[in-house]
Design a protein around this ligand. Structure first.
Ligand code: SF4
Length: 497
């Protein structure tokens, strides 16, 4: 076993991870995308060497499943022959429309490259854990708000110049702001934070840094913006007091919410995943879905998603073949288990949308499948106790009304909760008793009721029917569920045995 082959680590192309259906590799093209013909060749390699399943993760990484040690080596060699340069080292991620979005505040790629170089020069790559990451977000139509990172930099404009808001440990909602500074200082703070993490050991993240360390990062000598910036925090929270035991930001008008606890590629941010009737009317502000049409510098980007992040390689090949026929120049991977097809005319986008829908891709942000987080479950994962994806498809087909934008349903093959580590309004979790229902909790919580795994969708249909009958006008599904209460929901789930 190498350093990356344990569960929970990052299964790079050179270090596959063992799963229930063989080895899994993850690869991120350095350019963020692939020409359609390269995606076709890669799909053919996946068919030749894996079990024919390809995935795009919540963070926008490409995964190939079902490999053996030997076939993983052959796959890596073929990727090499194809000339696909894959990312190595500490991930420094930019948005899927970076550099081509007319609405972005700044192109994040030059700063991302400076940070990659600085990390290498500081000798940090081998000293940081495989899940430590940096996000450099230029803003625009598709932000990186839902992607958690150890260090996040977000472009902001002030006085006609670009500055970078630096925060640590979380997604856009949960990360702890440090300072808003120019690009050079942003790079320095990012590398200094990673150096502090490295000194704490290979399992550490920025969430493990002390208040004193955060204060020293926030006080980094820098060129600060000339005027007070607007509050860019999703929460608009207050900064936490002074240097005496708590963080004092270099720019003290920057708000400071609590540090989040997010990690891993499997993570779906609360911005994506939640929930829950806690806000007025049950509504939750969400970033824009990657599914749909986006104006970009040289035309249109067309976004589609893989249902639950997974698709047979043959379907990806057919999609890429059609995209190439229609004139696509590149297919980018995007957070939210999505693909962005570039270089198409509006009419070609319409044609490809029809093809994608026929192949089973998600082509509408309103598709109920986007409201379900489901891990591979059985039979793909040896730890799984229920057929998560089959249950998810049945629920999406039979109970779409339940899945409005107010809530996420999480279906987990076991208590590990890979697809959605945070709490969800409804979680189905497989264990030795069948499919347990957790209300407003995580997959690790004690289920309030059970049904046999094969029959779980019927229990959810019972809940959906009750919501249909009990909902007030304008009330969201999440708000209605909150009103029904946990024990009432569990009772509905158990009925119709
Ligand atoms: S949560 Fe799903 S994918 Fe993760 S270990 Fe359990 S069954 Fe496997």
């Amino acid at each position: 076993m190498n350093a990356f082959s344990r569960r929970g680590a990052c299964p790079a192309l050179s270090a596959p991870m063992q799963t229930g259906d063989g080895l899994l590799v993850r690869l991120n093209p350095v350019t963020g995308g692939l020409a359609p013909n390269l995606l076709i060749r890669l799909g053919e390699s996946a068919l030749r060497h894996g079990n024919g399943i390809m995935e795009v993760t919540a963070r926008g990484s490409l995964q190939i499943r079902g490999l053996t040690a030997e076939s993983a080596r052959l796959l890596a060699a073929e990727v090499d022959v194809l000339g696909i340069a894959v990312r190595s080292g500490v991930p420094v991620e930019t948005g899927p429309l970076a550099g081509i979005d007319p609405q972005e505040v700044a192109d994040p790629r030059p700063l991302a490259e400076r940070i990659r170089t600085a990390i290498e020069e500081a000798g940090l790559t081998g000293r940081l854990g495989p899940k430590v990451s940096v996000v450099v977000d230029g803003g625009g139509q598709l932000t990186m708000d839902t992607v958690a990172a150890d260090v996040r930099l977000r472009a902001v404009r002030a006085g006609g110049d670009t500055f970078w808001s630096v925060s640590v440990a979380g997604d856009a909602r949960s990360a702890k702001p440090l300072a808003t500074v120019d690009a050079g200082a942003a790079r320095d703070i990012a590398v200094a934070a990673l150096r502090m993490v490295a000194e704490k050991g290979g399992e550490a993240h920025t969430r493990d840094l002390s208040e004193r360390q955060l204060a020293s990062l926030a006080g980094w000598r820098s060129f600060a913006p000339p005027s007070v910036l607007p509050d860019i925090s999703p929460t608009g929270g207050e900064i936490s007091s002074s240097r005496g035991g708590s963080l004092s930001a270099a720019n003290s008008h920057i708000p400071t919410p609590a540090i989040g606890e997010n990690e891993g590629d499997s993570l779906i941010s609360p911005l994506v995943g939640e929930m829950s009737g806690r806000t007025e009317g049950g509504a939750v502000e969400r970033p824009r879905s990657p599914i749909g049409l986006f104006n970009v510098d040289e035309g249109t980007a067309f976004g589609i998603a893989l249902p639950f992040g997974s698709m047979p390689a043959q379907n990806l090949i057919e999609l890429a073949t059609k995209a190439a026929e229609l004139g696509s120049t590149e297919i980018r991977l995007a957070p939210g288990r999505a693909l962005l097809v570039l270089g198409l005319s509006p009419s070609a986008c319409a044609t490809l949308q029809s093809t994608a829908a026929t192949l089973g891709f998600v082509t509408s942000p309103a598709d109920p499948r986007t409201r379900i987080a489901a891990c591979p479950g059985t039979p793909a994962c040896a730890s799984g106790n229920i057929a998560t994806r089959t249950i998810a498809e049945t629920i999406a087909t039979e109970s779409p009304d339940l899945l409005d934008t107010s809530l996420t349903l999480h279906i987990s093959g076991c208590a590990k909760g890979c697809a959605h580590p945070g709490p969800a309004m409804l979680t189905l979790v497989g264990d030795e008793n069948g499919a347990g229902l957790v209300v407003d909790g995580t997959a690790k919580a004690l289920p309030a009721g059970y049904r046999p795994g094969y029959d779980a969708a019927r229990g959810i249909a019972g809940i959906a029917a009750a919501i249909h009958d009990a909902r007030h006008q304008g009330e969201t599904a999440a708000a209605c569920l909150t009103r029904l209460g946990a024990s009432g929901i569990a009772d509905l789930y158990r009925r119709n045995q």
